[in-house]
Design a protein around this ligand. Sequence first.
Ligand code: NCD
Length: 347
Amino acid sequence: MSKLPHVLSIEGIDNTAISSLFAMADALHPYALGARVSNVLQGAVLINLFLEASTRTRISFGTAFNRLGGSVRDTTGFQFSSLAKGETIEDTARVISGYGDVVVLRHPKQGEVANYAAHSLVPVINAGDGSGEHPTQSLLDLYTIRQQLAQQGKELSAQTVAFIGDLRFGRTVHSLIRLLARYSNIRFVLCSPQGLSLPPEYSVLIRKAGHTLLETENIADALAAADIIYATRVQQERFADQGEYLLAPGSFRISKAMIERFCKQEAIILHPLPRDGREGANDLDASVTDTSDPRVAVFRQADNGIVTRMAVFLHVMGVSLEQVEAESRSSPWQNHRPPAGKPASGL
Ligand code: NCD
C-alpha cells in the first residue's frame, strides 16, 4: 500500500510544503468568506472524530471541508464513542476507514492519533493528541504571524517571540516551537508559572537550532521584550491532581492595563483560544479584544483556521488550486460578514 499523507506532527510537513500551503491559503480567502464557492471535493466525506472538547478546531475543519464542496460527519466526546464501550483503537480506525475519505482526530492521549493512523486505510489529520502536538494550529499560527508581520513590513527573522502560560501541557506551543525553530535568528522568551515550564526536548531544539532562549517568570518582562506574544490557557484537564492545578498558576493573568503599560507599540498578540474568561482566571483577559486594541490578533488568527485547513485538505486529497478554481463560481447568495483583512502577500 502506498504511504498515506497523514498529518500527525509538524515535523512531517517540510518548508517547501509550507510555502505551497500558505500560497494556497492566500488564494482561498474568497472561498473562506463565501464570496466564491467551489465543489471540488463534492462526494468526499470527512469524518471529524473529536474525543475531547473542541469548538473552533472541530467547526473550522468541518467548515473548511464544506467550503470545498465536501460533506462532514461529526462525533464529539469520548463517552459518545464506541471506545467508551471498550472498542480498540485498531477496530475503530478500520471501521471508520470504510465510512469516509479522510479523518480528523482529536484524542486525549499523546501518541494515540499516530496509533490510530497506523491502522487507518485513509489519511488522518491530528487535531490534538493530549499534550503532544496540534500541527494544523501551528500552521495557522505561523500563517497569522507572517501575515501580521508582512503588514508591518517585517520578516520573522530577528523577532522576539514570547510564549506565556502553560508551556508544559500546551500542545499548540509544542507544535509552534517545532515550526519556528526551523527559521533563523529568533529570540524565544519563555514565561510560565512554576511547574508548567516547557519540556526540555523543546528548549534543546531551540538551542540546537541556534536561537536565543530566555526564561522568566515575570510577565511584565516577557511582554516588554516581545514583538510577538503567544499567550495560552492553563490546561486544567491535563492535571492528574486537580489540587496541583489550583496551586499552579499563582497570578498569571494578562490584563488590558498590563498590555497598555508594557507591550511594544507594534506587538502582535496571539492566543490559540479558547481563553478562560472566568473571573480571576490566569489567562489573557477576555476584555482584551481587537476592537479595544488592534495589537490583539486572536480573532484574525482564529479566522485563518479556515484557509489554512482548506489548504491542508487540498494537499491531503491531492487537489490543486487550479482544480478548485475550475470547479468554482461566484456565490449567488448574500454574505453578511464584513470583509476580512487583506491576505498576506509574499509568503
Ligand atoms: C487549543 C487545544 O485544543 O490545544 N485549542 C485549539 O485547538 N485552538 C488550546 C487550548 O485548548 O487551550
